[in-house]
Design a protein around this ligand. Structure first.
Ligand SMILES: [Zn+2]
Length: 627
């Protein structure tokens, strides 16, 4: 198995990504702190911090927000921890320490932590696992605790979360007297695994395995949860009682062949399955992960790395059902895909898992945050006609502009923690060699204290310059889109990597070609029939109204002419141009008629999907009719 390199040993110098990381530290983290404290004008109220204060007895009032509101602070703390690992910031650390004291004050004497149940329903603990999100929130705070301990060496939150993990271990499990069940929203499985890794306490691993292995087996725990005495409905309007696939609980996980149900839940479950498969060398479980990964990435993933197509219940539907204008493609689900792919790479040492990871990162996840870090997408459609995104319609989930905050604010802090932990996606190592997975300029301190440095302009340019101060074996991922992968020294291919022997102080130079090209979808994808999109390396491009006029559906592209590149002051610095046609508007106002189509020549101008909607509100489309 590949091991991660601690974030404190990775310094990112990359021009573009360093700016994103600075944005996380200087803008997104402080902004989210203000949002959680309800101090951002015109944003959806959060009440997250106030809930903790009330649960801690430091304030009066009632709980407000989603049942999982606690997890916003957990993800914020986790993001802070990652930032502190590579960038000391005493002011930020002090703020985080104070937040941790608040969390500890809200924790109950027996270790229990959840402000919704503590404030509102103290008698309902662990009784509605289908909707209650207690284990989900617990998981996020455990992840924050491990990250904060690894970043700062401080045990305060880790010790508190060990008490919570111990309580959960004493409450759930196969033994008599315990609750034989698993969480409605997976996450604690991942977290218990991290707690096990950080503390060495084996029962955390065992409970994670229990939650995974009993899922979907025997008499379904969720199905009749409402018939139980004292059942408290939390989401009264949501009838998912009959569809256990929504919770990935329709079959034992090893028998699941198709990604199903709520996309974020699915991704977190599959990620935890990959962790467990690697740790226990469980081939059966690993095979289930491979099958599910293939289904997601070969049949249910948008070209932008978005997953979970349905706007109703944020879920997977069926293979090849990838509507563009109705897409849900939640930011968190793409982050989940990154977590899943990262683990599959770690367990199998196969480079291929990083193609979808990179696709999700450079497109959907990057698009989730405005360039100023102050507004966010939760839903990531591939086609937007702002006028049609109306409330109380089937497109009300599509927001044509990024929002300052959300009543359900899972995505913004999730993006912050993902950007802040970017280092783990770039470098990895095992006993034999160092691995380079993403092409982001950085310096890493690897095994035996070796210092490696990567310099590149990627994705603008496809040259990688790598030096090491020691003799070392380095595996560099050969990206799926990279043609003519070549280097100034010889190398061998292994598991999708080029493997090089680095000499101390001698520069390795690698190049590959990834020119802008037209991509088509499998003919089974009805929504993309007769259409192409433009991709350059991992970057998917889109047309915006501001560059191409209104009614983007009237445009078509001539794929016989190769796309051109044009330097521009748009973010990302590069526009792609393509020859195309525009269908002329009709002069009479008929809706239908025997009227021949007329076209005029035009040049299409495409910008990276990640940066759409940063200039002005308008139409956008990724897929373009092929003429
Ligand atoms: Zn989300």
């Amino acid at each position: 198995m590949l091991a991660s390199i601690p974030l404190k040993d990775i310094q990112i110098q990359d021009r573009f990504w360093k700016e994103r990381l600075d944005l996380v530290r200087k803008e997104i983290i402080p902004y989210q702190w203000e949002a959680m404290n309800d101090r951002v004008p015109n944003a959806e109220p959060s009440h997250c911090i106030e809930n903790y204060r009330i649960a801690a007895g430091q304030a009066q009032g009632s709980f407000y927000g989603e049942v999982f509101q606690d997890s916003d602070l957990a993800k914020w703390l986790e993001a802070v921890a990652y930032v502190l690992s590579f960038q000391p910031d005493p002011k930020l650390e002090k703020l985080a320490d104070e937040a941790i004291e608040l969390v500890c004050a809200a924790q109950q004497p027996d270790g229990y932590l959840n402000t919704f149940f503590t404030i509102k329903e103290p008698d309902q603990r662990w009784r509605n696992l289908r909707e209650g999100h207690e284990l989900y929130c617990a998981g996020h705070m455990m992840e924050a605790a491990v990250a904060y301990f690894e970043a700062t060496g401080k045990r305060r939150l880790l010790d508190a979360m060990m008490r919570l993990a111990d309580l959960i271990c004493n409450t759930f499990g196969p033994e008599e007297g315990k609750i034989h069940a698993y969480p409605g929203h997976e996450e604690v499985e991942l977290a218990l695994f991290r707690m096990y890794r950080a503390t060495g306490v084996r029962r955390y691993l065992e409970l994670s395995a229990y939650f995974i292995n009993c899922r979907g087996t025997g008499e379904n725990y969720f199905r009749n949860v409402n018939d139980r005495p004292g059942y408290l409905p939390i989401w009264g309007s949501m009838d998912t009682n009959s569809d256990m696939s929504y919770y990935q609980a329709h079959q034992p996980v090893r028998e699941q062949k198709q990604a199903a149900g709520h996309a974020v839940r699915a991704m977190y479950l599959y990620s935890a399955m990959a962790d467990l498969a690697g740790e226990l060398k469980d081939e059966g479980l690993l095979n289930a992960c491979k099958t599910l990964w293939n289904d997601v990435t070969e049949r249910q993933m948008y070209v932008t790395g978005g997953v979970g197509a349905s706007g109703i219940l944020e879920r997977f539907t069926t293979d090849y059902d990838l509507s563009n204008e109705m897409a849900y493609a939640e930011s968190c689900a793409s982050i989940g895909l990154m977590l899943f792919g990262l683990r599959m790479n770690r367990v199998t040492r196969q480079a291929q898992y990083f193609d979808p990871v990179e696709r999700a990162l450079y497109n959907t996840v990057l698009a989730s945050v405005a360039l100023d870090g102050k507004s966010f997408f939760y839903v990531n459609p591939l086609e937007v006609w702002p006028k049609a995104c109306m409330p109380y319609t089937s497109k009300e989930h599509v927001k044509p502009v990024r929002q300052p905050w959300f009543s359900c604010a899972c995505c913004p802090p999730n993006v912050a923690r993902t950007f802040a932990s970017l280092g783990q996606y770039i470098w990895a190592q095992d006993s034999q060699r160092v691995y380079l997975n993403l092409f982001i300029s950085s310096t890493v301190k690897a095994k035996n204290g070796a210092i490696l440095k990567l310099e590149t302009e990627f994705p603008m340019g496809n040259v990688l310059k790598i030096t090491s101060d020691q003799v070392l074996e380095l595996a560099v991922r050969i990206p799926g889109y990279g043609k003519n992968f070549r280097a100034n020294v010889s190398y061998r291919k292994e598991n999708g990597y080029g493997v090089f022997e680095l000499e101390a102080g001698k520069e390795l130079e690698i190049q590959f070609d990834a020119p802008a090209c037209f991509i088509r979808a499998n003919p089974e994808v009805r929504a993309c029939s007769g259409k192409v999109c433009i991709q350059r390396g991992p970057v998917v491009y889109c047309l915006e109204e501001i560059d191409n006029g209104s009614n983007l559906s009237a445009l078509s592209v001539d794929t016989a002419v190769s796309p051109g590149e044009r330097e521009s002051d748009i973010p990302g610095g590069l526009m792609i141009t393509a020859s195309g046609k525009r269908r002329r508007a009709w002069t009479d106002d008929k809706l239908y008629g025997e009227i021949p189509s007329q076209y005029e020549e035009t040049v299409l101008q495409a910008v990276p999907y990640a940066f759409w909607g940063n200039r002005e509100k308008g139409e956008m489309t990724v897929w373009i009719r092929e003429s």
